[in-house]
Write a protein that binds this ligand. Structure first.
Ligand SMILES: NC(=O)c1ccc[n+]([C@@H]2O[C@H](COP(=O)([O-])OP(=O)(O)OC[C@H]3O[C@@H](n4cnc5c(N)ncnc54)[C@H](O)[C@@H]3O)[C@@H](O)[C@H]2O)c1
Length: 298
């Protein structure tokens, strides 16, 4: 398949990342169908995309007509078959759990046409293992976007052991067409970006546990001292504490490197329902800021 043959993109999972990816693809002119597991989540995702498009109009990034046209190209459904049956590319953005992702890929492998390429937005799970759930490992690749997807420029492209050159080239070309900058990374737990980031996030939680400084103090030190746009706790609230936990757990189990051992405080918060910023995660009690009752703001 050539880039010009790609007409329809299906997105699986319409949470923080899936909605952003759907928006970017529709803005680039693709027909997009996204799938989530309940009508309520589908409706919520659609509203989230609509709001984000309106914000882009307000900021003068796109015209009102472009936003309306992009929205008209997006459909949401709970029906998996409906979402993927005629997709040229499927981008998967469901929770960071190996068994869940493998189950979904196995299922869609039976439904999708032979030419369909499967791209996973996983942050850390090995692409070669995910691909092993399908009969098309040559058409399987990691396409790791960054949050928020409509804003962040990088896409980390990760070929698995059996990914074909053709699949790799197509995803690189697609990423460029979507206005992104693709950079190749080797397959392995966390690839490059997540191995790098997760290390620092886990250390921030450990420093908090040891009482070296508080949540707000650590965030402020990182922003003021290193000029990073967000502190580690703000970032974890934004990424999702559940996603951060799954990533650390996976990298730790695969590598045995204690730097990635999920801190107990993180596990405690996730199991108590503090899975991230309430605006980002439906049903969340909040993130670090809500748990420690710290007002958000500059
Ligand atoms: N949050 C980030 O900053 C970030 C950045 C890059 C990559 N990622 C990766 O993207 C993926 C999704 O993360 P997210 O932050 O969007 O998570 P999220 O929790 O916001 O969204 C996941 C969505 O998938 C849905 N879902 C669950 N099972 C499903 C199924 N069987 N079919 C379809 N949808 C299903 C959930 O209902 C939810 O809406 C993960 O692999 C994560 O590691 C996350």
């Amino acid at each position: 398949m050539k880039l010009e043959d790609v007409k329809k993109i299906a997105i699986l999972g319409a949470g923080i990342m899936g909605t952003g990816i759907a928006e970017v693809c529709a803005r680039a002119g693709y027909e997009v169908t996204f799938r989530d597991i309940s009508e309520e989540l589908v409706k919520r995702a659609y509203e989230r995309i609509k709001k984000s498009l309106n914000r882009a109009v307000e900021k003068g990034k796109i015209s009102k007509e472009e936003a309306e046209a992009a929205l008209s190209r997006i459909k949401g459904t709970t029906d998996l078959k409906e979402a993927v049956k005629d997709a040229d590319i499927v981008i998967e953005a469901v929770p960071e759990i190996m068994d869940l992702k493998k189950k979904i890929f196995k299922e869609i492998d039976e439904i999708c046409p032979e030419h369909t390429i499967f791209a996973s937005n996983t942050s850390s799970l090995m692409i070669t293992e995910l691909a092993s759930a399908t009969k098309r490992p040559d058409k399987f690749i990691g396409m790791h976007w960054f949050n928020p997807a409509p804003v962040m420029k990088l896409i980390e492209v990760i070929p698995g052991v059996l990914t074909s050159e053709e699949t790799y080239n197509l995803i690189v070309e697609l990423s460029k067409k979507l206005g992104k900058i693709p950079i190749k990374a080797k397959d392995g737990p966390g690839f490059f970006t997540t191995r790098f980031l997760a290390y620092y996030l886990a250390e921030a939680v450990r420093l908090l546990e040891e009482g070296v400084a508080g949540v707000k103090e650590i965030d402020d030190m990182v922003k003021l001292g290193f000029n990073w746009p967000m502190g580690p706790f703000e970032l974890m609230d934004f990424i999702g504490l559940d996603t951060t936990y799954h990533i650390l757990d996976y990298i730790y189990n695969e590598t045995g490197n204690p730097a990635y051992k999920p801190p107990l405080l993180l596990k405690k918060l996730v199991t108590a329902g503090f899975i991230g910023h309430p605006k980002q995660k439906p049903g969340s009690r909040g993130g670090f800021y809500e748990y420690f009752k710290i007002p958000r703001g500059k």
